[in-house]
Design a protein around this ligand. Structure first.
Ligand SMILES: NC(=O)c1ccc[n+]([C@@H]2O[C@H](COP(=O)([O-])OP(=O)(O)OC[C@H]3O[C@@H](n4cnc5c(N)ncnc54)[C@H](OP(=O)(O)O)[C@@H]3O)[C@@H](O)[C@H]2O)c1
Length: 326
């Protein structure tokens, strides 16, 4: 495993972080048993993962707590999030504190390393900054958590408007940001700021559904080509990103997806969901491989660098991107 420093938190974290939410939820999302989820967490630990990201909304705090019970507390970095109700502009500071206390209990720990507000929309940001953060920081003083973080709501804020404000406010030490091969605008909008203000970054959406669900990529390419946003040849291809897979390049599109985000300057930790032991191993393997060849990175930038908001949706929705900077 490779390790890095998570911004100004100073935490030494694995570059691969196990996401306990998303569509996998450690396999619980596809009907697997809790023992299986615990096995996934233990396998990740064995492979050197020390950062785990969960949330009240995922229903995996308790299973994560159980899996980590036998691990010395200072060996792991536990990140969790307030429930979505707290992200609402009408929520109260008291409900944020109550959620924090519930998360501590669910996780069975005395402190959380990174406590995050979950999916904060630009319209909810003032409330988060002025009402919720001060109350939570008082709880931080009591030792309930170490660092305050914030995650964006990628499908509803594809331009990262919330995070670009949050970086400058000095309160948030960690930001969770969406970025992938066909949604690259954090390179211009976010990472220069996170690096300037030393905000640690947790990367989400590296693979999500667009690169993991059969047929999703082809469907998206057809929608994008119909809107004249990508060349028609990509829509006509049964394997539109097949050009990334070659000797000296990626071994699969998913391998390419993880390597693409991992080596982006400004990315600290790549969160990956895995409900399957084979996925866990291959994903960590990908995250530890070198960056993609320059020619492939250049092609991805040329073909998709101007798309915004592609592939961030839930599986049943269809949301093609749109053009900026062109
Ligand atoms: N706003 C937020 O705060 C927010 C939003 C989204 C995500 N997150 C965080 O980010 C983490 C990652 O989420 P994500 O959306 O990027 O990923 P994800 O939803 O966990 O998606 C990964 C998907 O790809 C599949 N997959 C993984 N590795 C694969 C492989 N090697 N081959 C084929 N399929 C594979 C997984 O299936 P299997 O289950 O079969 O492995 C899963 O369905 C979440 O767990 C969560 O911690 C946060």
């Amino acid at each position: 495993m490779d390790y890095t420093t998570l911004g100004r938190t100073g935490l030494e974290v694995s570059v691969a972080g196990l996401g306990c939410g998303g569509f996998s939820r450690l396999g619980l999302g596809t009907g697997k048993h809790e023992d299986h989820a615990i096995g996934i967490i233990h396998a990740a630990l064995d492979l050197g993962v020390n950062l785990f990201d969960t949330a009240a909304a995922y229903g995996t705090e308790a299973v994560l707590g159980r899996a980590l019970r036998t691990v010395p507390r200072d060996r792991v970095v536990i990140c969790t999030k307030a429930p979505f109700g707290v992200s609402n502009p009408n929520s109260t500071a008291a409900s944020a504190v109550a959620s924090l206390d519930r998360s501590l209990k669910e996780l069975g720990t005395d402190y959380i390393d990174v406590y995050q507000l979950h999916g904060i929309a630009p319209t909810a940001y003032d409330h988060a900054l002025n009402e919720l953060a001060p109350a939570l920081l008082r709880e931080k003083e009591k030792g309930k958590f170490r660092h305050l973080g914030i995650s964006e709501t990628a499908p509803h804020d594809p331009e990262h408007r919330m995070v670009t404000r949050a970086c400058r406010d000095g309160v948030w030490e960690v930001a969770m940001v969406g970025f992938h091969m066909m949604h690259q605008n954090a390179r211009q909008n976010v990472f220069p700021l996170t690096r300037q203000y030393r905000v640690g970054t947790l990367l989400m959406f590296a693979v999500r559904n667009i690169f993991s669900q059969p047929g999703r990529l082809q469907r998206t390419m057809r929608e994008l080509a119909a809107a004249a946003l990508v060349p028609q040849a990509l829509a006509d291809s049964p394997d539109p990103l097949g050009f990334l897979v070659h000797e000296g390049g990626a071994s699969s599109v998913i391998d390419a997806a993880y390597r693409f985000v991992r080596h982006e300057p400004g990315v600290d930790v790549v969160l990956f969901g895995a409900g399957d032991h084979e996925h866990l191993k291959t994903n960590i393997g990908s995250l530890l491989k070198p960056r993609l060849p320059e020619s492939d990175r250049g092609k991805l930038a040329e073909l998709f660098g101007y798309l915004v908001g592609v592939g961030l949706d839930a599986p049943h929705l269809s949301r093609a991107g749109r053009v900026v900077n062109r």
